[in-house]
Design a protein around this ligand. Structure first.
Ligand SMILES: Cc1ncc(COP(=O)(O)O)c(C=O)c1O
Length: 422
């Protein structure tokens, strides 16, 4: 049977997640090397998805292969502290401003789930402020008002997935990203019930406007509400110490994943010691005790891959290069739009880029929602057809240290051709 037919027979939409191509464009991958991936039919793609941002060094990086090979023969998982886990925790504690204490998880979803649980347990309150259009993983809170269609008045949430109980919706307050005044009002009106504000410091690809993160930090501190940074995307990507280092705003709790695992499953919850210590087993039965367990969390294979990744990222020039490549890509897209007289916005920071078809500057979800999303999808599918691997949802393009200026020029050349046709 053709592997694509088999994929559609066995996987909903012939896909492993939210990466749904038309049947004609769907494929089955075989392997990757550096910035390229190859399908079983021999087609080469330049990868601008890099496993949704996980492969920050590029595919099959020799340093990661070496570290993983060395570890797998010594055992893959013990669900207990290892020397490698200690080494990684020491490095996280040194690198991440808020990371007084650390718990490993197995994914970003798990990390944000636990971050919220810690915040609720510590504050003894239940409501969570989340920003419209932000993603915090697949759990109920993470997908509430992720892609809302009705644009309800704030703070009313809209579930993006079925299967979420009404009670969850009653506990989430939705705020507009980059609108400090509305968010402050919403917090003031509900301060006695709010456990935490969770946010992507750089939301999807939309940077924070000047003073926004500082304002959120100030009001949460004043009102004794905990601030959670979801750094699953920004962590070890915008800077070695994540968005909190990059923007100079330190949260109480943070969640990490993706890039820090170098392509192996990982998640991290870290933060103030007085909050993280709630999960000590001797607290069981006491008020505020947090259950924390994750069978494969901190497994030495993922941890070894992470240590190898961080070692590469600490080398001089790594972040300069990631930022240089991202800046180049965004500048070239802007120049292309201008030349072709296409109304478009190019968002992002560091090695991240998103293209939206709208004349209006985009600083929040609603402005992005008003863009021509049909055109965005046609653009993404057109690129895919011509060998650019990217999520057709058009949410983000990711660059790795393996990408080159030539890769970027190829993307721009192909984009020129596709834009003329759509
Ligand atoms: C900001 C953010 N938080 C959390 C997650 C969830 O991470 P994972 O897919 O590893 O569960 C994602 C994944 O895309 C993300 O972008």
């Amino acid at each position: 049977m053709n592997p694509v037919d088999l994929s559609f027979q066995l996987f909903p939409g012939g896909s492993l997640g939210e990466f749904n191509l038309t049947r004609e464009l769907s494929t089955v991958l075989s392997h990757g090397k550096g910035s390229k991936i190859y399908d079983v039919f021999g087609k080469e793609f330049i990868d601008y998805s890099i496993s949704w941002g996980s492969i920050i060094l590029g595919h099959a990086h020799p340093a990661i292969i070496k570290a993983v090979k060395k570890q797998v023969v010594k055992g893959s998982s013990f669900s207990y502290v290892t020397e490698q886990a200690l080494d990684l925790a020491k490095e996280l504690n040194r690198a991440i401003p808020c990371a007084e204490k650390i718990r490993f998880a197995a994914s970003g979803t798990e990390a944000t789930f636990y971050a919220i649980r810690f915040a609720r347990a510590f504050s003894r309150k239940t409501k969570v402020v989340k920003f419209e259009g932000a993603y915090h993983g697949a759990h109920d809170i993470g997908v509430t008002s992720l892609f809302p269609q009705s644009l309800l008045p704030f703070p009313k949430p809209e579930p993006t997935s079925a299967g979420i109980s009404r009670q969850v919706q009653d506990e989430i307050l939705i705020a507009p990203y980059n609108d400090l005044k509305t968010t402050q009002q919403l917090i003031e009106q509900n301060e006695d019930e709010i456990a935490c504000v969770i946010m992507e410091p750089l939301q999807r690809c939309t940077p924070p406007v000047k003073g926004f993160l500082e304002g959120i930090r100030q009001i949460t501190k004043e009102k004794k509400i905990l601030l959670i940074f979801d750094e699953v995307v920004t962590g070890f990507r915008l800077a070695y110490g994540g968005a909190q280092e990059y923007y100079g705003v330190v949260p109480d709790i943070a969640a990490f994943g993706k890039a820090m695992g170098g392509g192996y499953p990982i998640g991290v919850v870290c933060g103030r010691a007085d909050i993280l210590d709630l999960c000590v087993e001797s607290n069981l039965g006491k008020e505020g005790y947090v259950w924390f367990a994750s069978t494969l969390a901190g497994n030495p294979v993922s941890v070894s891959a992470s240590l190898a990744t961080l070692k590469e990222l600490r080398k001089p020039g790594a972040y300069e290069r990631l930022h240089h490549l991202g800046r180049k890509l965004r500048e070239k897209f802007r120049a292309l739009f201008q030349k072709l007289e296409i109304p478009g916005q190019v968002l992002g920071d560091g090695p991240l880029c998103q293209v939206l078809f709208t004349e209006e500057p985009v600083t929040d979800y609603r402005a992005a929602f008003r863009a021509d999303r049909q055109k965005g999808r046609r653009f993404a599918l057109g690129l895919f057809e011509k060998g650019i691997f990217l999520n057709p949802m058009g949410t983000k393009m990711y660059l790795s240290l393996a990408h080159t200026e030539e890769d970027i020029q190829k993307l721009i050349d192909i984009s020129r051709k596709v834009l003329k046709k759509i």
